[in-house]
Write a protein that binds this ligand. Structure first.
Ligand SMILES: [Zn+2]
Length: 336
């Protein structure tokens, strides 16, 4: 546990990388072995996140509960909850323009003050709209998100996100880094007046910072990058496939959402948790077998395809194939 904490600390001290191809660097793995982060496998493409032309569609999921869904297959989604006394927003999206789009969507259904804004991770596409929210909006995030953002700059994050926006760095113009005000450890919750909202951190997954927003009464969760939308598989971007599995297992033991609004992709059901768990189990087992058979990592990864039972959303096939190969590579290296 101590070693795992050290791993998280290390990750927290790394700059806030974006959803993009990482540069080669050394990370401390939970098993305390030094390892070099793998280069992207063949066929890997960065997630397409360019916010230009993105419209967020408001979808009411329950009384006072709204998802904000991007009109392209993988650009960021967000959401907001309206209680009797206040509004809470989940993620501020890519830049000031997108943040303002969220505020306008809230204003179309409520005049109540936006008291809370939750940041689900430290990636620019989830936090770069923070600065357009009112000064008295309290921004809440997992402490590791805050630690990571504290040592980052907009320019640095923009550079690492270059691949996700087709090199068009103009999408970052005007962005000011506004840090969250409140950091939590494992759980934070608030009563908005007749509506309880929880925010959980179950451990590292896609990144070390992934937090999950949950409405216990409505059984709706915002899972950000930890569980993507319908017809997807996970992306163990930070490595740690076994840790990712442990995090999802803890999630499954703690909350039981019927509906999942992901940070990217279409709304899905709580069944996605089980699908993600079995996917991670399978690739860990396949990696063990490959290592036992002395299959090289290249042979294991280069032409791998996703089992059709995962019913990948057709528009996301190339992206998910890249994620799959990335995951296999990470799982293989964990077995060494
Ligand atoms: Zn994301």
């Amino acid at each position: 546990m101590k070693v795992f904490a050290a791993f998280l600390m290390t990750c927290a001290l790394l700059p806030a990388f974006a959803d993009t191809v990482p540069t080669e660097h050394v990370v401390v793995l939970p098993n305390a072995q030094l390892a070099t982060r793998p280069s992207p496998p063949p066929g890997f493409i960065p997630p397409p996140l360019n916010p230009k032309g993105i419209r967020l569609e408001t979808r009411q999921l329950s009384d006072g509960v709204y998802a904000l869904m991007s009109n392209t297959p993988f650009a960021d989604n967000a959401g907001f909850i309206v209680g009797e006394s206040a509004v809470l927003v989940i993620d501020s999206h890519f830049n000031g323009e997108m943040g303002q789009q969220i505020i306008d969507a809230v204003r179309a259904v409520s005049d109540l003050p936006i008291r809370y804004l939750l940041n689900t991770n430290a990636f620019g596409d989830h936090v770069f709209g923070n600065h357009v929210f009112p000064d008295d909006t309290l921004i809440v995030a997992h402490q590791s998100t805050i630690d990571s953002l504290s040592i980052s700059t907009v320019e640095g994050i923009a550079q690492t996100m270059r691949g996700t926006v087709n090199g068009d760095l103009s999408v970052f113009s005007g962005v000011k880094l506004r840090l969250p005000d409140v950091g939590f450890d494992t759980v934070w919750s608030v009563d908005l007046g007749g509506r309880i909202v929880e925010m959980h951190w179950f451990g590292g997954g896609m990144s070390p910072h992934d937090s999950v927003v949950y409405l216990p009464k409505e059984k709706i969760a915002w899972t950000a990058n930890l569980i993507f939308g319908a017809g997807t598989i996970p992306w163990a971007r930070s490595g740690g496939v076994a840790d990712y599995r442990a995090t999802l297992s803890k999630l499954a033991d703690t909350i039981s959402p019927n509906t999942i609004v992901s940070g990217h992709g279409e709304i899905t059901s709580g069944d996605a948790i089980g699908r993600y768990l079995s996917y991670l189990d399978e690739i860990l087992e396949q990696a063990r077998q490959a290592a036992l058979n002395d299959t090289t990592v290249e042979d294991f990864v280069d032409t791998a395809i996703i089992d059709p039972k995962y019913a990948i959303e057709p528009a996301l096939k190339p992206l998910m194939t890249g994620f799959h190969r990335w995951n296999l590579q990470a799982a293989y290296q964990e077995t060494r």
